[in-house]
Design a protein. Structure first.
Length: 60
């Protein structure tokens, strides 16, 4: 159980670093919105975060 949480934390930090270096602060904000929307089961926040990520990825 602890190993799974450790692996998830490491992957989360790696994804955060990748987004921050590639897409800047807006990428991190969109990832936070997406994650918060999924955890809270709020489709509005999840949709806004997903749309922001897609827009950032298609822009580059």
């Amino acid at each position: 159980m602890i190993a799974i949480q450790l692996v998830a934390a490491v992957l989360s930090m790696a994804l955060n670093q990748l987004l921050q270096t590639r897409y800047g602060a807006l990428g991190v904000v969109s990832l936070l919105l997406l994650g918060a929307g999924i955890r809270a089961r709020n489709s509005t926040y999840a949709s806004i975060g997903a749309i922001m990520l897609v827009l950032l990825m298609t822009q580059a």
